[in-house]
Write a protein that binds this ligand. Structure first.
Ligand code: CTP
Ligand code: ZN
Length: 154
């Protein structure tokens, strides 16, 4: 039998593994999950080899599990990510993240004149894909579209 000798990034006993993150998005996911503020153990790797994606990133957070809305948020910057729940060292569940059709209160509207930037109005967007496959956000309140490079998350 061809046994794997070790995991590239240390195994965790309980918590969440976010695998197959595009290498360039690892720090964006890190920021979204506010991992600079957690007291739990966090391991990460980037530019790791992946058969499927060439280069990938991975983040492991001990003793933390995420709700669907957080998982949807991750999908916006890491649509290829796999979310794995580890319980007692075993893979308890594994799901591919899915891109939500609409998002509320997650990202800022790029338009400085948008009502969401002037008043206390929660942002709301339809999530669209451009010709090159990149995500973009169509604002529910103004005519502007926020492209991937302009996305700022709350
Ligand atoms: N993992 C972990 N701690 C454990 C068990 C697994 O951190 N106690 C991690 C592994 O490093 C891997 C992920 O959880 O990144 C999924 O584990 P597994 O399904 O065993 O790995 P693969 O078969 O390589 O997954 P895939 O084919 O989806 O890439
Ligand atoms: Zn707007």
């Amino acid at each position: 039998m061809n046994k794997r000798k070790e995991l590239i990034v240390s195994a965790i006993s309980n918590g969440t593994v976010i695998d197959h993150i595009p290498a360039e998005s690892v720090f964006q996911v890190f920021k979204m999950l506010e991992l600079d503020k957690t007291n739990h153990q966090v391991y990460f790797g980037t530019n790791l080899q992946s058969k499927k994606y060439g280069r990938k990133g991975i983040i492991k957070i001990s003793d933390t599990y995420y709700k669907d809305e957080v998982i949807n948020k991750i999908a916006l910057v890491a649509p290829t990510a796999t979310l794995i729940e580890i319980r007692d060292y075993e893979v308890f569940s594994k799901v591919s993240v899915s891109i939500p059709k609409t998002i509320e209160g997650i990202a800022k509207c790029f338009n400085p004149n948008c009502v969401t930037n002037k008043e206390d109005v929660k942002t709301k967007f339809e999530v669209l894909t451009d010709e090159t496959g990149n995500l973009k956000l169509a604002c529910h309140y103004c005519e502007k579209t926020t492209t991937k490079n302009n996305m700022v998350f709350f």
